[in-house]
Write a protein that binds this ligand. Structure first.
Ligand code: NDP
Ligand code: MG
Length: 384
């Protein structure tokens, strides 16, 4: 029987890889819903190809455009946040959470609430609300399958093993485009250069997060929630070849690592197919062509964002929610050339230091706190 799948963020980089896997495995999946924020042309094209039951466009200004493009088809068009929530509340076998940023939190919460398994790429939702999403998933008996390549690697390394035997998990980082530069040299670097990632082809937000190494800090928080581990059990190292994506060190000093081509189709296919493996097309990894595998410590002076995020593991969840909000504001200002690259860190650290602590005990409190922290970050940005 085909698995019923909804893809949130279908027009993005992870969305594209997900739908490519579906194309390569037409007998295994049926697309129920796809969503985009404003890329109407691509959303319509994908709708015509996959004929889902629902299409969601969250940008309210473009509704008539999508309606015109799909008028001749039997597809229900939903709009705005309500549309996204409605789709997420339709029980399917798996929901691919590939929206970028905190905007993905609400639909993930809704999907878990109705018992749909989640293939999660959207790390920001876990960073800001992992303390609610993970217990809810447990309560609803929902599987949360990581798509983020490092987390998927750890998940695979742990198959057949017990967390009680684990000493440490290590996420790898390519080091991004500025690995050879000092912090001063990076300070005023342009978005065009920051968007050029050496090994992965990704959306704009995560590409900037990789250049600042905030991505690895956010991923450490993500790992702590996904695997239920403390700060001392997770760290990251630079591995420029991006061949080993993560490794687990056990108490007997065995290290189990996961290798794969630097292609998101590998972790996505694992999460989509789980517990089975799917046949997919990738550029095969030829280990005989690899002359070295290097591993280096992250230089905290060079990349302060990593530590800023990592140190928040185990603290009141509002800190990570505030950091995530500030970082989203900082990255969008930087992409609009309104903030220097080096000030992304300043804006994030100042926001985290200024916010008031609140306990985020329920869904609405996380959403309200995200708005509150964004407001603080915007006002700090005016002073930088
Ligand atoms: P992209 O920017 O390529 O795509 C984002 C998707 O989300 C698009 O479909 C976009 O629609 C939609 N979207 C953006 N903002 C909103 C919003 N406010 N409301 C609703 N939908 C929205 O991102 P990526 O695919 O690169 O990343 C997606 C997530 O996966 C991120 O959390 C990222 O950290 C994570 N991830 C990505 C990896 C990668 O290789 N790309 C690797 C590991 C994790 P539209 O196209 O219309 O703007
Ligand atoms: Mg990753």
């Amino acid at each position: 029987m085909k698995k019923l799948v909804s893809v949130l963020g279908a027009t993005g980089s992870v969305g594209a890889s997900t739908l490519q896997i579906v194309r390569e495995n037409p007998d295994k999946f049926q697309i129920i819903g796809i969503t985009a924020h404003s890329n109407v042309a691509l959303l319509a094209k994908l709708a015509i190809e996959f004929m889902p039951k629902f299409v969601v466009l969250s940008d309210l200004n473009l509704v008539s455009d999508i309606e015109t493009r799909l008028a001749h088809l039997e597809i229900e068009i939903l709009i705005g946040e309500e549309g996204l929530d409605f789709l997420a509340s339709q029980k399917t076998d798996i929901l691919v959470a590939a929206i970028s940023g905190f905007a993905g939190f609400k639909p993930i919460f809704k999907a878990i609430s109705v018992g749909t398994d989640i293939a999660i790429a959207n790390k920001e939702a876990l960073v800001a609300g992992g303390h609610l999403l993970m217990p809810l998933a447990k309560e609803k008996d929902v599987n949360i399958l990581p798509i983020d390549s490092e987390h998927n690697a750890i998940y695979q390394c742990m198959m057949g093993h017990h967390w009680d035997d684990v000493e440490h998990i290590t996420l790898t980082a390519s080091g991004g485009p500025f690995l050879a530069m000092t912090r001063e040299e990076m300070h005023d670097i342009s978005p065009v250069k920051a968007l050029k990632h050496p090994t992965w082809d990704m959306g704009a937000k995560i590409s900037i997060d990789s250049a600042t190494m905030m991505n690895k800090g956010l991923e450490s928080i993500e790992a702590a929630w996904l695997f239920g581990i403390g700060r001392e059990k997770v760290s990251a190292v630079i591995h420029p070849q991006s061949i080993i994506h993560g490794f687990v060190t056990f108490k007997d000093d065995t290290i189990i690592s996961h290798m794969a081509p630097a292609d998101m189709k590998v972790p996505i296919s694992h999460a989509l197919g789980w517990p089975e493996r799917l046949k997919i097309q990738t550029e095969k990894l030829d280990l005989t062509q690899i002359s070295s595998l290097e591993f280096m410590e992250i230089n905290h002076e060079q990349f302060p964002c990593y530590n800023l995020a990592h140190q928040l593991i185990g603290e009141e969840p509002c800190y990570a929610a505030a950091l995530n909000a500030a970082n989203e504001i900082a990255v969008s200002l930087y992409l609009e050339n309104k903030l220097a690259f080096g000030d992304i860190y300043s804006l994030c650290t100042k926001t985290v230091n200024m916010i008031e602590i609140r306990s985020l005990d329920d869904y609405q409190s996380v959403i309200d706190y995200d708005s509150f922290a964004r407001g603080i970050a915007r006002s700090i940005a005016l002073l930088l």
